[in-house]
Design a protein. Structure first.
Length: 393
């Protein structure tokens, strides 16, 4: 049965991660896969996560099944984290959250759910978007359509082109938006642009689907959710996929959440029952550990404050690196957009040959598209990286 299968090319992000691991040069620099790194170049376990794990280990009494929706406490905490402590939507019973295996699990379960609601669902994704959005959504059988998002010359949002294309979407189509820290460009919508896209979504009867993978790493937990919350307050239905990989540093624990917002509490209950049957027929139930950590942190005032402090420090550090990087590249041109963008990623705007040259000659790893993970920089490597890039331009 297997002999007809052709060798597939490796996933570009994961392949780059592997190539970096295998590179034996001591001065190599990883600006590839999106993981946060500290000043020493490590991806540490947050102290609040360590403390939550210690408590869990001491207090855990069973490894029995959690159920397809995962832990209720985690789900409630995530709803409040994303929509805000005083959300009317939560109060009115219009929101349900299920725990998923990472943000990827949330995206895929959402896609399977859309197909269940409407077998020929079209989903509109930004060009560019995170490379894994396409297989996650398309693999569930959804029709993928693209809307232009980034002006390749200025590396800023081409909002008019985005709106013009979405005018062509039809009622019932799904529109995928990045909640904050657009991956791969770092170019986010302004609040005014969120208002305008909300108006379009309402007028055309589209279903908004927001990927919230970096809450807290752009400008702050509340600031990063402002556009999403406005949109949620205006539309009858919305779907949100969230990840705890980056803001809790739980990458390998595969911790995420999928939120359904419905027009009424009764519709929400029925929709959630369908979603849970989708989960049951895919992976049955999510893994427990990461979500238990998040629940422990968000449910304890002191731990939560500590976590928020750690997250704010990560966010500040990325913002500082963005400014320092743009300044260090300034002699080679205007890289001010890097300082204005948010989250882990920005494009350098250099061609693939130069990306390869940086990797082969200098041991500097970034995606072929020239996407860099700014969080991979630090005081030691930033001058080395900037000088290598300046040397090319
Ligand atoms: C990235 O974009 O690098 C991250 O989201 C990690 C991944 O799984 O691709």
């Amino acid at each position: 049965m297997f002999e007809a299968l052709k060798q597939l090319p490796a996933d570009p992000i994961l392949q780059l991660m592997q190539a970096f691991r295998e590179d034996t040069r001591p001065n190599k620099v990883d600006l590839g896969i999106g993981v946060y790194k500290d000043d020493a170049g490590n991806t540490p376990i947050m102290a609040s996560v360590h403390e939550a794990e210690r408590r869990l280990l001491e207090g855990e009494t069973t490894k029995s099944y959690v159920g397809p929706a995962g832990a209720a406490g985690f789900n409630e905490s995530m709803a409040r984290l994303i929509l805000g402590e005083s959300s009317d939507l939560i109060r009115d019973g219009r929101v349900s959250v299920i725990q998923t295996p990472g943000g990827c699990g949330a995206l895929r379960m959402a896609a399977e759910f859309f197909r269940l609601c409407q077998p020929d669902t079209k989903v509109w994704v930004s060009t560019p978007t995170w490379a894994n959005h396409i297989p996650l959504l398309g693999g569930a059988g959804l029709d993928i359509c693209e809307y232009p998002y980034l002006n390749r010359q200025t590396l800023t949002v081409d909002f008019q082109a985005m709106l013009d294309t979405l005018e062509g979407a039809e009622a019932g189509d799904v529109v995928l938006l990045h909640g904050c820290c657009h991956n791969p460009s770092g170019a986010d919508l302004t609040f005014e642009q969120w208002r305008a896209v909300t108006e379009l979504i309402q007028r055309k009867g589209l279903l908004p689907f927001v990927d919230m993978a970096y809450q807290g790493l752009g400008e702050g937990l509340e600031e990063d959710a402002a556009g999403l919350r406005y949109l949620a307050s205006q539309v009858p239905e919305m779907v949100i996929a969230a990840s705890c990989s980056k803001n809790f540093g739980l990458y390998r624990e595969r911790t995420g959440a999928l939120m359904l917002i419905s027009a009424t509490a009764a519709i929400n209950q029925a929709a959630t029952s369908q979603l849970l049957s989708v989960v049951r027929s895919h992976y049955s139930m999510p893994p427990a550990h990461g979500a238990a950590i998040v629940e422990t942190i968000l449910g304890d005032d002191v731990l939560r404050a500590n976590w928020q402090g750690e997250l704010n420090a990560m966010c500040e550090r990325i913002l500082g690196l963005r400014h320092a990087f743009a300044d260090a590249l300034a002699p080679a041109g205007d890289f001010g957009f890097i300082a204005r963008q948010r989250g882990m990623f920005s494009f350098l705007g250099i061609p693939p040959e130069q990306v390869r040259q940086l990797r082969e000659e200098h041991g500097i790893y970034m995606l072929e598209s020239s996407r860099v993970n700014v969080a991979g920089l630090n005081a030691r490597v930033l001058p080395q990286v900037a000088s290598a890039i300046r040397g090319l331009i």
